[in-house]
Design a binder for this molecule. Structure first.
Ligand code: DOR
Ligand code: ZN
Length: 474
């Protein structure tokens, strides 16, 4: 007798579509079969497609740190409601995850607040030593994030969104220091995720830009700011062997540059986000300040270029860059409000809508949002797969349904978003985490049961925290 069964659904992976019943016990998939087998709990998926749970590799839950903006309780409920069963959490909490001790503490702190499984990024600073990077790897860091082009507070390492001339900021690392970051992360074998914007160019252009409108924001952060940083990052990755991952790509040209580098053997990948695929500067008049994000949302031609790059397979994954701010702080002059959009709950729904409108294949949705992130971060096939032995993480979708974005239905603490009121094709009927339903028919089910996940070198393993001790499970 199996613990659970998902019967009568159509299973859809990156490569295949077939009718099957899925059974399992102990949180993992045990059988995928056209036959009926006995199970204690059965979900009827008739008329639904069953996809592997989505992985959002880019989430800022800001916990601990900014309890008025977001916390793990809310962000992981939002994830569950959005078909996301694993998030990789960014290191800009307070304290920032800049050493093994901070990572260990944060992991323990988040353990009973997680509705979905989660991994943790470590922060890469010019001062981080090789030993510290290695110690963070041993604590299970999924990779390292380098905020290149972001002004940081010198004490807390918080992001400074609108640096005033003469403000007390952490000096941007020199090229030599950036080289050291690449070298040190290369030694760990983990991914180096780079926020690729050239801060010096932004600083110069900001002095010229007319301060008032959305155009000024785009003029001070044109595609060039990303392209320059991407080129430099690729050169450094090529030289050091670091596994470079360009996060939240906003400039379409960047996808071709990263892809060309990968073709000649550089370990380089990139991700983009729904905000860059679904919005352009034309939307600012309608949407207003909730649209402010770094890098900025640019022209319609650039948006189309990103969609094309995605279709062609030049972009490896799609993540949300979930980065909520309070509604009050998002009101005000564009050059004074913070950048960031709440997006973990709408991530999969927006991309599913793109697919159902014909902009993308459904198999590509699964590839870019489940299989590829699992592979890139060493979680495959524990995550990102519907296979015997994999974690039973799934999302059950009604392709004929629809869903309207509305802040009062969203689960984030600050659900302000630029898609408010839009009706999207497709609907999530249930989200399943390790065989347990965590979201069904519009409601979160049960209490937090998410586990910490860490990369393994190709093997499936999960580090579970139980009463403070770590057990590796195969
Ligand atoms: O707009 C952004 N906001 N871009 C980032 O890279 C970080 C994020 C945040 O944490 O607020
Ligand atoms: Zn981010």
């Amino acid at each position: 007798m199996w613990d659970f069964g998902i019967e009568n659904g159509v299973v859809m992976t990156a490569r295949a579509i077939y009718e099957a019943n899925i059974y399992g016990s102990g949180g993992t998939i045990g059988a995928i079969t056209t036959k009926r087998q006995p199970a204690s709990t059965v979900i009827d998926a008739a008329g639904l497609v069953v996809l592997p749970g989505m992985i959002d590799a880019h989430v800022h839950s800001r916990d601990p740190g900014f309890p008025d903006k977001e916390d793990f309780f809310h962000s992981t409920r939002a994830a569950a409601a959005g078909g996301v069963t694993t998030i990789l959490e960014m290191p800009n909490s307070v304290p920032a995850v800049m050493d093994a001790e901070a990572l260990r503490k944060r992991r323990a702190y988040l353990a009973d607040r997680a509705y979905v499984d989660y991994g943790l990024w470590g922060l890469a600073l010019a001062t981080t030593t090789s030993a510290e990077f290695q110690a963070m790897v041993e604590e299970g860091a999924c990779g390292f994030k380098f905020f290149w082009g972001y002004a940081l507070d010198p004490r807390t390492f918080e992001l400074v969104y609108n640096p005033a001339p003469g403000a007390d900021l952490l000096d941007p690392p020199s090229d030599g220091q950036v080289l050291e970051i690449f070298q040190r992360v290369a030694q760990t074998g983990r991914v180096l995720a780079v926020h690729a914007e050239n801060q010096s160019v932004i600083g110069t252009l900001s002095r010229y830009a007319d301060k008032l409108g959305y155009d000024a924001l785009v003029q001070s952060r044109p595609e060039l700011t990303e392209i320059m940083a991407i080129h430099a990052a690729i050169d450094l990755a090529e030289h050091t062997g670091a596994r470079l991952h360009i996060v939240h790509l906003g400039a379409a040209e960047g996808a071709r540059i990263v892809h060309a580098a990968a073709e000649r053997g550089v370990q380089a990948t990139c991700e983009t986000c729904p905000q860059y695929l679904t919005l352009s500067d034309r939307d600012y008049a309608r949407v207003g300040t909730p649209m402010k994000v770094y890098p900025p949302i640019r022209s319609e031609a650039n948006r189309q270029g990103l969609v094309m790059a995605l279709k062609e397979g030049l972009i490896r994954l799609i993540a949300s860059d979930h980065a909520p701010h309070t509604a009050a702080s998002k009101k005000g002059p564009l050059d004074q409000i913070p950048a960031g959009i709440a997006g973990v709950e709408t991530l999969f729904r927006l991309i599913l809508d793109m697919a159902l409108r014909g902009d993308l294949e459904l198999g590509q949705v699964v590839r870019y949002m489940s299989e590829e992130p699992a592979r890139l971060f060493g979680l495959y096939p524990q995550k990102g797969a519907i296979l015997p032995g994999a974690d039973a993480d799934m999302v059950l979708v009604d392709l004929d349904g629809s869903w309207t974005v509305s802040a009062d239905k969203l689960h984030s603490l600050n659900p302000l978003n630029p898609w408010e009121g839009q009706t999207l094709k497709g609907d999530i009927r249930a989200t399943v985490l390790r065989g347990r339903v965590i979201f069904q028919d519009g409601s979160i089910v049960g209490s937090p049961g998410g586990c910490f996940v860490a990369p393994s070198n190709g093997q499936s393993s999960r580090a579970l925290i139980s009463s403070g001790s770590i057990q590796e499970q195969s």
